[in-house]
Design a protein around this ligand. Sequence first.
Ligand SMILES: [Ca+2]
Ligand SMILES: [Ca+2]
Length: 365
Amino acid sequence: MKNLNYLTYSCGIALLGLVASCGEKPKEEVKDEEKMTLAATPKPDKQPEGMAWIPGGEFTMGTNEADAYEAEKPAVDLQVQAFWMDTHEVTNAEFAKFVEATDYVTVAERPIDWEELKKQLPPGTPKPDDSVLVPGSMVFNPPPYQVPLQDISLWWTWVNGASWRHPEGPDSNLDGRENHPVVHISYEDALAYADWVGKRLPTEIEWEFAARGGMDGKRFAWGDELTPNGQYLANTFQGTFPNENLGEDGFVGTSPVKNYAPNTFGLYDMIGNVWELTSDWYDALKYARLAGQAPKLDANMNPCYNPDNPFAQERVIKGGSYLCATNYCVNYRPSARQGQAFDSGTSNVGFRLVKDPDNPTLGMK
Ligand SMILES: [Ca+2]
Ligand SMILES: [Ca+2]
């Protein structure tokens, strides 16, 4: 099902009620990471192609930095078991092979099923015009002048026909972007691809551990400076968001994967280029819960909590994108996190996958 927020953007506030209720989602088992005792694990001999060994161990997740967003706080010590991770975001060429082999149709390419949609809406919600219930996705479409930064509909536009094949809409294509990350991918699409390749989405904790590359407590994936010695180490947004994209890092949109230096685990573009889906529901209090500063989730509580968007059903995305700018959102940091409607993609969200080692007890003490 499509992201109803997208409908909201395209139709204005008349559709503001068309957002899914967080209260009806299936509950998930809550893992107690604090019970694990793990050590960094030596790399196994047999290495899957295109994947890096993430040795697991202890690390500090989140941050106490004053300018970080509340959902990233506080910093909390956790442990992660070892795993393999794709060295780069899944590319258009890789996703094309999957679609060719399976005839998979992404969520963005399907019409919106009103009968399904209304199950998650307040009773009596009127059916929107059919012109809204057609395949499409959200595309970054910046205005030619500065605008107030409170209204994201000024730069996000619902585009009929936008999809992974046509990132900016029906008239766009992937020519020359075969090695760029695939976008307009929903959680369901990522799961389907993962099933096909025999991998899985990372949890948020795994993702953040991997992004930090063993550099605990650093602001970025490579240290504490965004551009050490003036060098760009990630595809973000330079200039004044959203209208002035200077592209000083070489790109105003997505960049080819592996264009910038990898982190110490050998992972590219963990920061920037496209946001990356994780398997976790978005819970704004997650770090606070892990730190014992908020009630722990139990089976009777909803795993999805976003005070800024209380009706949405969102998964966590990590790492920021080519649209993260210092004057708007400083999400190009390992601790940064956002909720992404589980049933929608956008032109700046993609994914990469992980795989468990053959011996799942590796690293256990
Ligand atoms: Ca850029
Ligand atoms: Ca990324």
